[in-house]
Structures are given as C-alpha cells and as structure tokens.
Design a protein around this ligand. Sequence first.
Ligand code: ROI
Length: 165
Amino acid sequence: MNGEHQAYIGLGGNLGDAAGTVRTARQSIGALIGIRELAFSSLYRSAPMGPSDQPDYVNAVMKVATTLAPLELLHALQQIEQTCGRVRTGERWGPRTLDLDLLLYDELVLDSEVLTIPHPGIAEREFVLYPLAEIASNLKIPSRGPLRELVQNCPLRGLSVIAHD
Ligand code: ROI
C-alpha cells in the first residue's frame, strides 16, 4: 500500500496516571516516522467494560494521516504500548496501563489472525463511538454503517468528558 492513508486509533488505560499516559501516548504516536496527527478527541472517563472491580478508564480517539501499512502501524502502536510501561494482569478484560487499538484504516475491512479492522468492538463501545463522533461526525464505518446511527443506539453508561486537550 502506498500514498497517504487515514486511520483512527483508540487510546485507553486505567492504571496509574491514565490521563498522563494517554497524553504521552499521543505525543509518541505523533512523533512516529510516517504518522501525522490530524485530530484528537477530548479525554473521557468511562466505566470499565468487562469485570467491574477495576478502576474507571480514560479513553480518547486520535485521527492520523499515515504512510504506514496497517500491520506496520499496528506494530508501531504495540511498541508504544510497551514503552509506556504497559502492565496487565493477564486477566481477560482486566485493567491495563495503556491500550492502543487500530480502529479504522481508510475503508479497509480486514479479518486476519493478528488484526481485525474495523476493530471488532467498535459498534458497541461508547468510549470509542462518542470520542470518534466528536472528531469525525459524518464517518461511515465499513460493514457497520453510519457512525451517527451507531452512536444513537449506544448507551452512554456514564461516559463523561474530563478534559479538552
Ligand atoms: N473499558 C473501558 N471503559 N475502556 C477501555 O478502553 C477498555 N478496554 C478494554 C476492556 C477491558 C474491554 N474494557 C475497557 O480492553
């Protein structure tokens, strides 16, 4: 794949200074060769999806222009997860310092062993849909439909804006 592409990245974490970690991750992503930030949502506080005996999450969504192919972008994000001190308990859907999810890549629909695009949870996750709608209100999600309709069908579950970065 060549030329420039548009991708959306979901950022989240709930251990330590999660807002600080998300902000550091934003800087690290923007500093990668072949990636340029186009937009960044507010920071949101969200109730944990999965086991409820864990702290609330901080979530945000970032729009980037990139010359990286999807797998190159995925690997770059995984490296940032590591350098931002990702700690996880191993528990399924347990707490984590930093999660970077490749949500969308152009209009691509991909289902491989290592990468599924659009991100499988995208249509049910208020902490993805609402930040995404903030920076891309007219988006159509490949194989899911208009973002606007997904948002309308997705309860807020207490999602709230904590900072306008
Ligand atoms: N819950 C919320 N609210 N935000 C997340 O980013 C998040 N990430 C996860 C799971 C454990 C599914 N729950 C989450 O990976």
